[in-house]
Ligand binder design. Structure first.
Ligand SMILES: [Zn+2]
Length: 507
């Protein structure tokens, strides 16, 4: 048996929305997912639950599986794993805390043969546009340049030289909506372990495209992006191609140079890595003109629901408030759709999520069944939202692990779940855990772009997206300040000049 190889593992992951005024804190991570030491190790072993309420097996479990299957004798050295529901940029002092904790953990770990880190890749910190680059630099500062660093990212990451250069092995999800967290960890983990075993020598190339949106719905199983995912799998059949990743970037970032990107790892063949990264970049560029769909406004969406008589009888309509998607970091207190429902949604039963810590605090002393008469919403993001006056009765009030304190209101046609914490209304149990029954609803409003479709598959006979006004509008490219020229605000004929400038290469 060979000597034991020691590999430190950690996660710092949040998708942040730079447009949201609601600053994220360490408490948001602790509320969603925070594990360290042996508790982390137990959670990623077979039978463990890595991210309670979300996934039994995510990236770190995938890495543990790769380690167990590998010929090397591997010891996992658990540092910590922190994962928060998407939100506004992280507070600067909490980013500093993560950096200190990461360096402290790495130093305390003793000699290491590798580091495995899971991040999102589109995290924002107040005053720091690329926090993940800081974490990678911190790893390098402690372990030096010779210890391989493997990193997994979301495919909505935004790449840059500061994020790519320090990393030995970089792998992204290849499903959207994402369901290959563990597979991504296994892939990155196997390449890391093969690198340590010296059976491969990773060489990488990446390309950055001046392209903010495109690919239509950007799902892995629908054209036009389906063809790109298939091309990656075809390339990986080449014996020298170890991994292909493509990145569609998160739109709501406070970074000048954002856009789609491709990244390729080959075994000791930099020219092949460049060839594949270019081929994939060409394929991404070719789908840029498939813009995301235009969504109807609330009134039009409500009119559509009225016509769906059978779909409402046989199940529910799931309606995504696409401008206030908590799953993409929005505050969750938008009132545009609520106002339209109160005006025009009468006679239909609506389940509606609202984040409003002040309203929850005000309801704490109300008896169950008591009358409520208050304003909701529009407090966290007052620049974009206005509060709405509602009245009804309090159905229940509880403290929860995921959402903080939660008040459920009966407002007649609208049953409203008001939360203190981020209202990631993505699964039916957001409502059913409050005692609301799916069969009683005509429409369930959700705050998730895609994952809700998986969770609601049993109940929803139709999914509708509605555009209101908020921090997750798809057409943010019209107004936000990005490096130019970029598609679709501009129409560059080639992605290559911007790519060379972004990667800092001549020619
Ligand atoms: Zn993503």
């Amino acid at each position: 048996m060979s000597r034991t190889r020691r590999i430190a593992i950690a996660r710092i992951a949040q998708e942040s929305n730079a447009l949201s005024p609601v600053v994220s804190t360490l408490a948001d991570f602790r509320r969603t997912h925070f594990l360290e030491g042996d508790a982390l190790l137990d959670a990623i072993q077979p039978g463990g639950t890595e991210a309670k309420g979300f996934l039994d097996d995510a990236e770190l479990s995938g890495f543990a599986q790769a380690a167990a299957a590998h010929q090397l004798n591997v010891e996992l050295v658990p540092l910590f794993s922190a994962w928060a529901v998407p939100g506004g940029p992280l507070a600067a002092e909490d980013h500093a805390w993560f950096r200190d904790e990461l360096k402290r953990g790495l130093r305390a770990a003793g000699p290491l043969d590798g580091v495995f880190l899971t991040v999102h890749g589109s995290m924002n910190v107040v005053g720091t546009p690329e926090p993940e680059a800081d974490y990678f630099a911190d790893v390098r500062e402690v372990v030096g340049d010779d210890v391989p660093l493997a990193v997994t990212m979301d495919l909505h990451a935004n790449l840059s030289t500061t994020k790519v250069d320090p990393v030995t092995v970089l792998c992204a999800y290849r499903t959207n909506p994402h369901r290959d967290h563990a597979a991504t960890g296994r892939r990155a983990g196997k390449i890391l372990l093969d690198t340590i075993a010296a059976t491969v020598r990773p060489t990488t190339a990446w390309r950055s495209l001046p392209m903010l949106v495109g690919g239509g719905f950007t799902l892995d199983f629908l054209p036009p992006t389906l063809a790109i995912f298939r091309a990656m799998k075809r390339w990986e059949k080449h014996p020298k191609v170890l991994s292909c990743s493509m990145f569609m970037s998160h739109l709501w970032l406070d970074q000048g140079e954002i856009g789609w990107a491709t990244h390729v790892i080959t075994d000791d063949d930099p020219a092949l890595a460049a060839e594949v990264a270019e081929d994939l970049a060409d394929r991404c560029w070719a789908v840029r003109k498939s813009l995301p769909p235009e969504f109807p406004g609330p009134r039009e969406a409500i009119a559509q629901v009225r016509k769906m008589t059978w779909r409402r009888k046989l199940g529910v309509v799931a309606m995504c408030d696409a401008s206030d998607v908590v799953g993409a970091g929005a505050p969750g207190d938008a009132t545009g759709l609520l106002r339209a429902i109160l005006d025009e949604g009468r006679g239909l039963t609506w389940f509606f999520p609202m984040r409003d810590p002040a309203a929850v605090a005000a309801l704490e002393s109300t008896p169950i069944g008591g009358a409520v008469d208050l304003n909701v919403g529009g407090v966290l993001d007052p620049a974009r939202q206005r509060p709405v006056a509602v009245s009804g009765t309090l159905l229940n009030f509880e403290s929860t692990e995921s959402f903080g304190k939660v008040a459920t209101l009966d407002l007649g046609d609208v049953k409203m779940v008001v939360t203190e914490g981020a209202n990631l209304a993505m699964k039916p149990d957001f409502y059913t855990d409050r005692g609301l029954r799916m069969r009683d609803a005509d429409v369930c409003v959700v705050k998730s772009f895609f994952p809700f479709r998986i969770y609601f598959a049993r109940y929803a006979r139709k999914s509708l997206y509605v555009r209101t006004e908020g921090t997750t509008n798809f057409d943010v490219w019209r107004s936000h300040d990005y490096a130019r020229p970029t598609w679709p605000r501009d129409d560059p004929t080639s992605w290559r000049p911007a790519d060379r400038a972004r990667r800092g290469v001549g020619g």
